[in-house]
Design a protein around this ligand. Structure first.
Ligand SMILES: [Zn+2]
Length: 106
């Protein structure tokens, strides 16, 4: 039996820096993004606009922060806010109809 020596080539794949997304416990979609800054993890769901902030130790990465967020969320200990950046629409709608109604009922 003759054995052939196989050359083992080491393929080192550079880790792609993908935005890490996780499953949202509220809407169930994989659209949670985690951003850690100054020991504070900002958790945001791009689908249902869930938003929460969790304090994390400096060694935590996004996955750790998400785990902590999930624990707190499921325990009901987390204050959920809506996405504060959702500011696109609102007071631009004019209410002409109600204005006219007001004048007539005078
Ligand atoms: Zn969601």
């Amino acid at each position: 039996m003759g054995g052939k020596r196989k050359k083992r080539t080491k393929i080192i794949k550079p880790k792609p820096k993908l935005p890490k997304t996780f499953e949202c416990p509220r809407c169930g979609r994989i659209s949670i993004s985690v951003e850690i800054k100054d020991g504070l993890a900002k958790i945001r769901c791009g689908s249902c606009n869930l938003y929460a902030e969790v304090e994390v130790p400096p060694v935590y990465d996004e996955a750790n922060a998400y785990g902590k967020f999930l624990d707190l969320y499921l325990d009901g200990k987390l204050q959920i806010k809506e996405n504060p950046e959702d500011n696109s629409e609102g007071e631009n709608e004019t209410e002409r109809e109600s204005e006219e109604l007001h004048q007539e009922s005078n």
